[in-house]
Design a binder for this molecule. Structure first.
Ligand code: SME
Length: 359
């Protein structure tokens, strides 16, 4: 698609079939998201002649209008509102055969009669939507959904690359968000955050403003480190995010939160915590055992807090419940030991950029 677009006559399948490789070729040599969104919008509109084709990007709890082709449109849409905000919230494609029958549809143009909205993802998190409007009812169906999802998958992958290369230097720390615990646990969490930052890793965390989570964040920030906080949308709405985060990611669910944190990290470290921490630790151990997480998993047994759990793990091994009789976790006693293990087994990338652009 360097100079011109080749538009074929025929069915919608034939048109998408001709369009997809042209968009793919364009995306191979361009990485700027705005340039990509602009040309994807133009190419789809030129191919099909739809009323409106364009993008909205997430910004906090709203979508903000991005590059588009067609009549002037509303600039901001709240999370969960209209077709676009609903597709974001539900994290899925929405096909609306008749806009009048979609409760809460936002009519940017009175000429719009049907619509399709396809979310796109940056590093596993919804980063925006592609929205297409037609002047006729019933224009879009499963065929459009399937092809446009392919286009958005390529686009999402393209815009994720720089981002992933930037952040695949993370150490995710799982720990309590409670402050009502003995000071020794808060201090150990702060030390863990400090050591992670001083070593040159990015601290990846659930991003809360309380408890061990906040202590680890404070430790990393005081050491001049980067901290990425990954929070499901409802927690951000409740004001639970730590205010000092250098990067805050907003996910539609707890599941996406955990996947996102793992995707960004070369290692996962569990500090004392409650059910949420246990859930995160057990899930990452299961992923490691299944080969779904290739990083290191470390359990910091601060002042013997995890002894009962370690006994449970030992019983699993002894009774043959652990595959190969091995625990998919490294047990250590202190943050310092955890850090020593990390720097020897998965050293941080100090300013290094690997495969920043892979075309
Ligand atoms: N109809 C959309 C709003 C965006 S315009 O169609 C461009 C909605 O309900 O979210």
């Amino acid at each position: 698609m360097a100079e011109e677009l080749r538009v074929v006559e025929g069915s919608k399948e034939e048109k998408y079939k001709a369009l997809l490789p042209q968009l793919e070729a364009f995306m191979k040599y361009e990485s700027d998201p705005v340039a990509l969104m602009a040309n994807i919008s133009a190419a789809i509109r030129e191919t099909f002649g739809f009323l409106w084709v364009g993008f909205y990007q997430t910004d906090g709890d709203r979508l903000v209008l991005g590059p588009f082709q067609g009549p002037i449109a509303c600039t901001r849409i709240a999370y969960g509102k209209g077709v676009c905000g609903s597709a974001w919230k539900e994290s899925r494609t929405l096909v609306v055969p008749d806009v009048d029958s979609f409760p809460g549809h936002i009519a940017c143009s009175s000429s719009s009669r049907s619509e399709i909205v396809v979310p796109f993802y940056k590093n596993g998190v919804v980063a925006g939507v592609l929205d297409i409007d037609s002047e006729s009812t019933g224009t879009f169906d499963a065929v459009d959904a399937a092809w446009l999802e392919k286009v958005m998958a390529i686009f999402g992958d393209r815009i994720s690359r720089d981002f992933q290369d930037d952040v695949k230097n993370g150490v995710v720390v799982y720990c309590s968000s409670s402050s009502d615990v003995p000071e020794k646990y808060l201090e150990a969490a702060k030390e863990m955050g400090t050591l992670i930052a001083e070593a040159g890793f990015t601290l990846v965390t659930g991003g809360g403003y309380r408890g061990l989570m906040a202590s680890s964040i404070d430790g990393a920030l005081a050491a001049g480190g980067k901290v990425t906080g990954v929070l499901p949308h409802f927690m951000i709405e409740r004001g639970w995010a730590h205010e000092g985060l250098t990067n805050r990611l907003d996910t539609p669910s707890m599941h996406v939160r955990k996947q996102t944190m793992a995707d960004m990290s070369v290692a996962a470290v569990a500090l004392p915590g409650g059910i949420g921490t246990l859930d995160e630790l057990c899930e990452i151990m299961a992923w490691k055992q299944l080969g779904l997480f290739s990083g290191k998993v470390v359990l910091v047994n601060t002042d013997g807090f995890f002894e009962p759990l370690i006994a449970m793990f030992s019983a699993m091994c002894e009774e043959g419940f652990m595959r190969g009789g091995e625990l998919p976790v490294q047990l250590v006693a202190t943050p310092q030991e955890a850090l020593e293990y990390l720097v020897t087994t998965c050293p941080p990338r100090r300013g290094e950029r690997i495969c920043r652009i892979r075309v």
